[in-house]
Design a protein around this ligand. Structure first.
Ligand code: G1P
Length: 303
C-alpha cells in the first residue's frame, strides 16, 4: 500500500501574519525573523521540513515579508567578505539557510485566516499530499514528529494532524480533536475537530499543534469553507469536514506527540523557548546554565 502513494515532498509554511503581539519589534521586521537564540525562528521550521525529506518549501507571505526571501537566498556580498577574511565558520552559517530546500513564495494578499493561507498553496501543491508547518511551534529535532506523521499518512492515506495533550484550561488556545484509539499507541483516529473551544465544550484534551500532512482534497473544501471563529477561514473547519466524511479525502488521523515543543507565539512563550533552547546548546549552554542557576537562586532570595 505504501508504494501506491507518491513520496511527500512539499511543505507549506504560512508566514503572512502581522505579528502584532511583538510590536514594536515587528513594525518593520517579520515576526518569523525574530531570533530564537541566534537563528530566526523560521529557519528552525525550514530545517525541520528539510530533515523530514521535504525539499520543496512554499512560504505563504504577505507585504513586508521580503526579509524572509532574502534570508533563504544567497548573500554574495557577505559571503565574499567572509571568504576574504578566511572566516569559514561564519561563512558556513550564512550559507546554511540558502542550502536547505528549494524555496518558493506566494503572497496571501488579504489575510483571511490560516485556511485561506493554505488555499493559496493549491496551484503550487497540485494533486498530491503535502505538509503544513506553522511557524509559532518549534519541534525539537531530536523528537522527529513530521517523519512519523508522513509514515502514518503513507500507511493510512488521507490526512494527519499532530496532537498534544494539554491541560483543560489551555484547550481554548488550540484546535481540539475528538479521537478514537487505534492499534498504534501514538496514533488516533480523528472523528471531529473544533477550533478553539471553551473548556466545557471541548471533545478531548488533545490540542492540534502546528503540523499537518494533508490530502489535496482539503483545497476543494477550503474553497467552500465560510469564515468561522474570529471571522477567519479556519483550516480546522475544513479538516472537520474531511473527518466527517472520509469518502472526500480519506480518513483523518492524529499522531500524539510527547516530545519537546517550543512555542514562540507570544512574548512569554518566546522568552521561555529561548531560555530552553539556549540551555541545551552545546556551545552556549554550559555558561548560560551556570549563569541562569545563579541568577534564579539570587532572585529567589529577594523578598
Ligand atoms: C492555529 C490553528 C489551531 C492550532 C494552532 C496550533 O491557531 O488555527 O487550530 O491549534 O494554530 O499552534 P493560531 O495559534 O494560529 O491562532
Amino acid at each position: 500500500m505504501t508504494q501506491s502513494h507518491p513520496r511527500i515532498s512539499k511543505a507549506v509554511i504560512p508566514a503572512a501574519g502581522l505579528g502584532t503581539r511583538f510590536l514594536p519589534a515587528t513594525k518593520a521586521t517579520p515576526k518569523e525573523m525574530l531570533p530564537v537564540v541566534d537563528k530566526p525562528a523560521i529557519q528552525y521550521v525550514v530545517e525541520e521540513a528539510a530533515a523530514a525529506g521535504l525539499d520543496d518549501v512554499l512560504m505563504v507571505t504577505g507585504r513586508n515579508k521580503r526579509p524572509l526571501e532574502d534570508h533563504f537566498d544567497r548573500n554574495y556580498e557577505l559571503e565574499s567578505a567572509l571568504g576574504r577574511k578566511g572566516d569559514a565558520a561564519r561563512l558556513a552559517k550564512v550559507q546554511e539557510s540558502s542550502d536547505l530546500a528549494t524555496m518558493h513564495y506566494v503572497r496571501q494578499g488579504d489575510p483571511k485566516g490560516l485556511g485561506h493561507a493554505v488555499l493559496c498553496a493549491a496551484p503550487h501543491v497540485g494533486d498530491e499530499p503535502f505538509a503544513v508547518l506553522l511557524g509559532d511551534d518549534l519541534i525539537d529535532p531530536r523528537d522527529p514528529l513530521l517523519r512519523r506523521m508522513i509514515e502514518v499518512q503513507e500507511r493510512h492515506g488521507g490526512s494527519v494532524v499532530a496532537l498534544m495533550e494539554v491541560a483543560p484550561e489551555q484547550i481554548h488556545l488550540y484546535g481540539c480533536a475528538a479521537v478514537e484509539a487505534t492499534t498504534d499507541s501514538d496514533v488516533v483516529r480523528v472523528s471531529g475537530l473544533v477550533e478553539k473551544p471553551d473548556a466545557a465544550d471541548a471533545p478531548s484534551h488533545y490540542a492540534v499543534i502546528g503540523r499537518y500532512v494533508l490530502d489535496p482534497a482539503v483545497f476543494g473544501i477550503l474553497r467552500k469553507t465560510e469564515p468561522g471563529r474570529g471571522g477567519e477561514i479556519q483550516l480546522t473547519d475544513a479538516l472537520q469536514q474531511l473527518a466527517a466524511d472520509e469518502t472526500v479525502g480519506g480518513p483523518v488521523h492524529g499522531v500524539v506527540f510527547k516530545g519537546r515543543r517550543y512555542d514562540t507565539g507570544d512574548r512569554g512563550d518566546y522568552l521561555r523557548a529561548i531560555v530552553r533552547l539556549a540551555c541545551e546548546r552545546e556551545d552556549l549552554g554550559p555558561d548560560f546554565r551556570t549563569w541562569l542557576r545563579r541568577y534564579v537562586t539570587e532572585e529567589m532570595q529577594q523578598p
